[in-house]
Design a protein around this ligand. Structure first.
Ligand code: NDP
Length: 270
């Protein structure tokens, strides 16, 4: 019998996850179906349980439900616990298992696909929302020299710094506090690009040879244009999207699909 999966969110029609998982299934010969599930903003729990009770095997979770998914899970992986968010739910006899593959997806894209080693590097994460919470610990685990979290609302950057603080020397600040400091990697984990804005950061944050990583994918954002004009190498979040999906596929199916051909296919279609 075909195992059923889906991505649940609101909105969800734009999601590339069904395409990605269809490619993974074809590549590995697994008999699965994977669709999109639109949940009402106040109806996440009912939609998840309805999908499971109709025979579903697992769900990917996207905006704005990742925190709610974490709360709904009966048991959670450490990386989900640390992120206080789940993007992967698995249904089994013991209930609902929650995991978070966003951070490992980002690390694999940066280190594996882009060939940028994180160890010893000075990192700047812009944003302190769900995405920033998801990537903080996996980045620190790679042995970065310094992690600075800058956010428009400074108190949220400080909250995330406190949450991660037991692991390293981390700074939480506002954008204007970045003047005079340089970074090897600048990750835009804000949603500013979705409204065609760039976070208001100084030009000089990019060290020579810096990588600028935009977590948004499928569009050229003002942050990417700004970083390019500052001389940085620029990447978007498409690789992360495919890598986090591959980790979810591994959790569900026990095999790790090849990501490079899927990234290349999606790139050729945008
Ligand atoms: P949240 O809504 O939780 O957080 C939004 C963040 O963006 C906050 O830090 C907010 O600051 C900041 N922000 C919003 N608008 C602006 C602006 N105009 N200028 C400066 N800062 C701004 O969203 P998420 O953290 O969940 O998602 C962030 C982005 O990451 C989204 O675009 C999402 O698509 C992307 N993403 C990509 C993934 C991938 O696989 N490539 C995976 C997960 C997320 P404040 O606190 O001040 O409001």
């Amino acid at each position: 019998m075909t195992d059923r999966y889906a991505v649940i969110g609101n909105p969800v029609a734009h999601s590339k996850s069904p395409l990605i998982h269809a490619e993974f299934a074809r590549q590995t010969g697994h008999d699965i179906s994977y669709g999109g599930l639109l949940a009402p903003l106040d109806g996440f729990r009912a939609a998840v349980l309805g999908f499971r009770d109709a025979g579903g095997s697992g769900l990917n979770v996207t905006l704005p439900f990742k925190h709610e998914a974490w709360r709904l899970a009966d048991r959670r992986s450490e990386r989900s616990e640390r992120a206080r968010a789940a993007n992967t739910l698995t249904f089994d006899a013991d209930g609902i298992a929650g995991d978070n593959t966003d951070g490992v997806g980002l690390v694999r894209d940066i280190e594996g696909n882009l060939g940028f080693g994180l160890s010893g590097k000075r990192l700047l994460v812009l944003g302190a929302g769900g995405a920033a919470w998801g990537i903080g610990l996996p980045l620190l685990a790679q042995g970065v020299a310094r992690l600075t979290i800058a956010n428009r609302t400074v108190s949220r950057a400080e909250e995330l710094r406190r949450h991660l603080g037991e692991f390293a020397n981390i700074v939480g600040c506002g954008f204007e506090d970045l003047a005079g400091t340089q970074f090897d990697l600048v990750i835009n984990a804000t949603s500013a690009g979705l409204s065609d804005e760039a976070p208001a950061i100084p030009k000089a944050v990019f060290a020579p040879g810096a990588l600028a990583y935009e977590m948004v994918y499928g569009r050229a954002t003002p942050f990417m244009a700004f970083a390019r004009a500052c001389g940085a190498r620029v990447a978007d979040g498409l690789g992360m999207l495919v890598e986090q999906a591959a980790e979810s596929f591994f959790i569900w199916r026990g095999v790790r699909p090849e990501t490079a051909p899927v990234i290349a296919k999606l790139r050729s279609e945008t």
